[in-house]
Design a protein around this ligand. Structure first.
Ligand code: SF4
Length: 381
């Protein structure tokens, strides 16, 4: 017989911190609806409004050249291969102009670990973009890229983060976290280890930059690894307070070497349960983001009742998880519709969760349904 998780949920709702053991028991339980209800209650206490935020930004992957191997990645190309690319600054500016035209407030820019790009390359990129778009938010470079700069330029993380901030960096994405436990990481990737990922984040927060934190699970990890990941994120947040949001999602296996080996994928229920437990365990992080891009719009919508208060980005461009099989898409109208139909009020935000008001946005809410992407009708004659 399954043990009752109600005492753990009562503890969380009474404002007491959950232990790793509590989180494990919640993740092992089959009572996921009850966990979701408690997570939603915590979400409403932390963000006491029926608003659900989203951002209009664009993922720009400035290069697919990558020096390391992650067996879960379908995006990278080894240096020297024929289908490698590096975007020019002009190409990046063109994408920024399009993003601004759609009401966007920033870019999420990250790329492979290029063997030749030193700190000056990144400073030049940021300062050129910042000079041209001073109010546009540059949310760039995940910890593995920073670690790569430190190897190439022989600089410590703190110096790198200060220099990138001075060049115009606004904040950092929490990519490359996957599972923050070397027992799992070392099996699937040769990029930065757990300690290095966390230390980059500490350095970013120390120089006054905010960042997100992520988790990609289903890469051969078990509950104990996921719980250690949550514990490590919560510990850094206790030290620095620099994380704006936590974003868990599941491994997208298409076209990846690891995908051929993994036989058991996380289900929609596993995703919702992980999201809800994240909300209950990470009592020091304000925002939990639904990953509709990887889970699909309908599960993304359901996530809003399992602790998430943010729908993420409308993603004008995305190349990394789509290379691995995530093919969901939504424009602003669709995303607002999904949020409204889940019983919430859609609200655009920027990268730092400041609300954005734009003329004409209310018109997007006039339609009563989302458009059909494809219409095929069979007529009987
Ligand atoms: S996930 Fe990032 S670091 Fe790993 S291979 Fe892909 S591009 Fe390179």
């Amino acid at each position: 017989m399954e043990i009752s998780i109600q005492p753990i949920l009562d503890k969380a709702l009474a404002g007491e911190r959950l232990t790793s053991k509590d989180a494990s028991e919640l993740l092992e339980s089959r009572d996921f609806v009850r966990i979701g209800l408690a997570a939603h209650e915590m979400r409403m206490r932390k963000n006491p409004t029926d608003g659900v935020t989203y951002i209009i930004d664009r993922n720009i992957n400035y290069t697919n050249v990558c020096n390391v191997v992650c067996t879960f990645c379908a995006f990278y190309r080894r240096p020297g291969k024929p289908d490698t690319y590096v975007h020019s600054i002009e190409e990046i500016c063109k994408r920024i102009d399009e993003t601004i035209g759609l009401g966007g407030t920033g870019i999420l820019m990250q790329g492979g670990l290029h063997p030749d790009f030193n700190i000056e390359w990144y400073e030049n990129l940021l300062s050129t973009l910042h000079a041209q778009y001073p109010k546009f938010q540059l949310h760039c470079f995940s910890p593995p890229e920073i670690h790569n700069i430190s190897l190439i330029s022989k600089l410590d993380y703190l110096t790198i983060m200060q220099r990138l901030k001075d060049a115009g960096l606004n904040s950092m994405p929490g990519g490359g976290g996957e599972i923050l436990d070397d027992e799992v990481r070392a099996r699937v990737s040769t990029k930065c280890n757990t300690q290095e990922w966390l230390d980059v984040m500490r350095a970013a927060h120390k120089v006054g930059l905010r960042s997100t934190a992520t988790m990609m699970f289903g890469i051969g990890d078990h509950i104990e690894h996921r719980v250690r990941h949550l514990q490590r994120i919560r510990d850094v947040q206790d030290e620095t307070g620099g994380f704006t949001a936590f974003i868990p999602w599941t491994f997208q296996r298409e076209n990846t070497a690891l995908g051929r080996k993994i036989t058991k994928e996380p289900t929609g229920i596993d995703y919702l349960q992980m999201l809800a437990v994240s909300r209950l365990f990470l009592d020091n992080i304000d925002h939990i983001q639904a990953s509709w891009l990887t889970q699909g719009l309908k599960l993304g919508q359901t996530a809003l009742r399992f602790g998430a208060d943010d729908m993420g980005s409308i993603m004008i461009e995305e190349n990394v998880v789509s290379a691995a099989g995530a093919d969901n898409e939504a424009n602003e109208r669709d995303l607002r519709y999904q949020i409204r139909e889940a019983g919430f009020v859609p609200q655009q935000r920027d990268i730092l969760y400041n609300h954005i008001e734009r003329d004409g946005v209310a018109d997007l809410d006039k339609s009563g349904s989302i458009k059909l992407k494809r219409l095929s009708v069979a007529f009987a004659d």
